[in-house]
Design a binder for this molecule. Structure first.
Ligand code: PEP
Length: 253
């Protein structure tokens, strides 16, 4: 059985004080959760504070991005050493905002994914189609291209260990969620493609999260789909009570 993952992507929200206040309020709400993995992805500036506050709990932390090079003249970038030093165990890679606002392509996603794995951290690789691509019936082709490009060169064991977040771009931050059937259809497709790339065993191990306007009210129905192994949550993860409710809905039944 795959352990579900509930991950909070705070994007460019929360100062150190706000992130610490969230964590202090949130940890008691999920203290009894031992059947799902919980990951908080604060902005870089609050990563060490949140990781420190989570020490001794089962809650892990993620960076929202990383550079693939270990060091050098890359102004504004953050390395894996820095991210690990801050306490993160996971890294979000290729979020649609990175792809669409900052020009990140599948080649960059691949370099980052390989670097994160080589460093022993867990990548959360984001994929998903735009509204125009869905309406042009290109969803499967887009997902295939992102999977093949982003995961190129990974061993089956590595593929089995990563987390993939299917996040239809038209559902991110829009309040428009994929229906449970749409999510399941896309996730089943992703799992088939991962199996074609790395074998059935790797595809069966790989956790596939749904992301896109997940809220306490819809998290249960989405998580109940057989190929949905949890959620990557933006807006609704900014409030401790709301994210704790989503965690509760995503636990195995
Ligand atoms: C996200 O940031 O990955 C996301 C899915 O955002 P939201 O839940 O706000 O749509």
């Amino acid at each position: 059985m795959r352990t579900p993952v509930l991950a909070a992507n705070w994007k460019m929200h929360k100062t150190v004080a706000e992130a610490t206040a969230f964590t202090t309020a949130f940890l008691p709400l999920v203290a009894d959760v031992d059947d799902a993995a919980i990951v908080l992805a604060p902005p870089f500036t609050a990563l060490a504070a949140v990781a420190g506050a989570c020490r001794g709990s089962r809650v892990a932390t993620a960076a929202q991005n990383v550079h693939w090079e270990p060091r050098g003249a890359f102004t504004g970038e953050v390395s894996l050493d820095m991210v690990r030093d801050a306490g993160a165990s996971h890294v979000i890679i290729g979020h649609s905002e990175r792809r669409h606002l900052f020009g990140e392509d599948d080649g960059a996603v691949n370099r980052k994914t390989r670097a994160v794995l080589a460093d022993g951290l867990t990548p959360i690789v984001c994929i998903g189609e735009t509204l125009a691509e869905r309406e042009a019936d290109e969803t499967a082709a887009v997902l295939d291209r992102q999977i093949d490009g982003g995961l190129a060169g990974l061993t089956p064991d590595e593929v089995g260990s990563i987390i993939i977040a299917y996040e239809p771009v038209w559902a991110i931050g829009t309040g428009r969620t994929a229906t449970p059937d749409q999510a399941q259809e896309a996730h089943a497709h992703v799992r088939r493609r991962v199996a074609a790339l790395a074998g059935r065993a790797a595809a069966d191990r790989c956790r596939l999260l749904y992301g896109g306007s997940v809220k306490p009210a819809n998290a249960g129905d989405l998580s109940a789909q057989p190929d949905v192994d949890g959620a990557l949550v933006g807006g609704a993860s900014l409030d401790p009570q709301s994210f704790a409710e989503i965690v509760a809905s995503g636990r195995p039944r």
